[in-house]
Ligand binder design. Structure first.
Ligand code: BGC
Length: 566
């Protein structure tokens, strides 16, 4: 007999599955390594599909696994239709995809359209061709300023630090790269660029993928003339930087109106395929009303909610973000999304353990404030009960279900993030959230692969978080996530409605979603729960039956009928 967590794919058919889906982000190089080379791969993912199905997720999103020199861990793509040998082959991809579908899980792949690798055939051809050539027109080559063109064409800075323009040795012209110099920006005003990416979409749609996560979705079109701008182009934090601003655009490289035509075209491509194929925008945009434009009915289906990721462990702030997110997406008829961690941010277990819980350092090293690990984990577990009780779609970053912290003491010699190098270490960077997962406490590389090797070293404390230490252990974070995800499905929380309750304590959030009542105590003092049946709590209740500080609970209030399916 099929169990709930192994529900057949058709169980979701016709429901616009993405509206309420829990989507698990896999960072392939750090998930599971099948061949012992220290880098995770597609067969490694395939082997863990039963684990993911049992967890109770609806879909997986894979960060890039395409051919790439790995200058930005695969976000520098040299060939969009080829699997990099580091990760396996196209056959491995197909096997993994079919395996996921057979277990009832959808698969979303990453699309990186803003830039290619400098090793992409197009860029190589451009370098070999003269200024003004058709080959150069697909990128943003410009003559420099100054008597001999020795100065960059404008003052833009790279998101990863330093100048956003480079010249190949011996080349007279500069090319734009909003990220690393090995990631030249494409010219999206060029019809060949548009046609090529529609074809790349079709390539993966025909293989059966269920959707795309669109990298830097707000960056493809630049303001005409590439005007100077004195701001600094940042990643997730950019959304915060612009929060109080009134301007519609954070800079001439972001959120230009012209991007929407591209997504309308893509939507038509997706809609020509059977099933419910979707796109999710990675767009760091401060104003939610501007972000909502990406998820209008004829564009993408979802956008990441970075305001939620950026929120501090603070009841009023979280409530305000939840309300504004629900309102902004409702205005365009789209679902809201929720996310706390990803491969670009310090893991929330560690952010919540800082003196200012939820602060957003750009990486943490041994010289920085070390998070309180136990407190951070405790808050992260409570935060899971908040996020997973909310209507809409939720994203989980691999290892979050284990309560995995950031590696906060990785030595500089191991660092690989280009942001670390381009800022001369001023930005610690993102390596600490990308450490290979611990699967077995007592195995080499904590069971990540068949050898001791892992592309980034794992800290000793990962043993405590290993999946095999938590599997079947009551009260473990893994078992908590399993329980939450199954309750979320049973009570259809993703498709529900949020109704706030007013409570006396300002540090407590309390709301209904359908039959379920959630209470999140973000303060230190215990609070009394309403009468009812406790379904789950992030920590045990205290001896007086109260909800302790930094703890959350889901319950069925006494005056409501119980769900008889459980
Ligand atoms: C990805 C990053 C990447 C950048 C450039 C981001 O949005 O999430 O990991 O470095 O795009 O592709």
């Amino acid at each position: 007999m099929r169990t709930r967590e192994f529900a057949a794919p058709e169980a979701h058919a016709g429901l616009e599955w993405w509206r309420s889906a829990v989507i698990y982000q896999i960072y392939p190089r750090s998930f599971a390594d099948s061949d012992g080379d220290g880098i995770g791969d597609l067969p490694g993912i395939a082997a863990k599909l039963p684990y993911l199905a049992r967890l109770g997720i609806d879909a997986i999103w894979l960060s890039p696994f395409y051919r790439s020199p790995q200058a930005d861990a695969g976000y520098d793509v040299a060939d969009y239709r080829v699997v990099d040998p580091l990760f396996g082959t196209l056959d491995d991809f197909d096997r993994m995809l079919h395996g996921a579908h057979a277990l009832g899980m959808k698969v979303i792949v990453d699309l990186v359209p803003n830039h290619t690798s400098d090793e992409h055939a197009w860029f190589q051809a451009a370098l070999k061709s003269p200024p003004g050539s058709a080959e150069r027109a697909r990128y943003l080559f410009r003559d420099g300023k100054g008597a001999h063109g020795e100065l960059p064409p404008n003052n833009w800075q790279s998101v990863f630090g330093g100048n956003a323009w480079s010249r190949a040795p011996g080349d007279s012209q500069w090319y734009l790269h909003l990220f690393d110099r090995k990631q030249p920006d494409l010219n999206w005003d060029h019809p060949e660029v548009r046609a090529e990416f529609e074809d790349v979409l079709r390539f993966w749609l025909e293989r059966g993928v269920d959707g795309f996560r669109v990298d830097v979705a707000h960056g493809l079109i630049k303001a005409p003339g590439l005007p100077d701008w004195d701001g600094h182009a940042a990643m997730v934090e950019g959304a915060e930087a612009g929060n109080s601003g009134d301007s519609d655009s954070a800079g001439p490289m972001w959120d230009q109106d012209g991007v929407h035509e591209i997504y309308r075209n893509w939507r038509r491509v997706l809609d020509a395929y059977p099933g419910e194929r979707m796109m999710v925008a990675e767009a760091w945009i401060a104003r939610q009303s501007r972000l909502a434009r990406y998820i209008r009915h004829d564009e993408m289906q979802q956008a990441f909610n970075f305001d939620y990721l950026l929120a501090h462990w603070d009841a009023a702030e979280l409530r305000a973000v939840i309300d504004s997110s629900l309102a902004a997406s409702a205005a365009v008829g789209a679902p809201t999304t929720w996310v706390m961690s990803n491969h670009d941010s310090v893991r929330h277990t560690s952010r919540f353990g800082l003196r200012k819980p939820g602060a957003r350092p750009k990486g943490i090293d041994a010289n920085g404030e070390q998070p309180n690990e136990a407190l951070g984990l405790r808050r992260a577990r409570a935060a899971a009960l908040l996020m997973l009780a909310l209507p809409g779609s939720a994203y989980i970053y691999q290892g979050e279900e284990l309560g995995l912290p950031e590696h906060t003491a990785l030595e500089a010699r191991y660092r690989q993030d280009p942001a670390f190098f381009r800022t001369n270490g001023a930005e610690i960077g993102r390596d600490g959230c990308r450490i290979p997962l611990p699967w077995k406490a007592n195995a080499p590389s904590f069971g990540f692969g068949a050898s001791e090797t892992s592309w980034l070293p794992q800290p000793g404390n990962f043993a405590h978080y290993a999946a095999d230490r938590q599997d079947g252990v009551s009260g473990s974070t893994l078992e908590l996530y399993r329980r939450l995800l199954h309750l979320r499905r049973d009570y259809q929380l993703g498709a529900g409605q949020l109704q706030w309750h007013t409570v006396g304590a300002s540090e407590v959030l309390s709301f209904d979603n359908g039959q379920l009542h959630a209470v999140i105590n973000l303060g230190m003092k215990p609070v009394t729960l309403p009468a009812g049946t406790l379904l789950v709590s992030s920590e045990p209740l205290n001896a007086a039956g109260q909800l302790p500080g930094n703890t959350a609970a889901w319950l069925l209030p006494a005056h409501r009928p119980m769900n008889t399916s459980r």
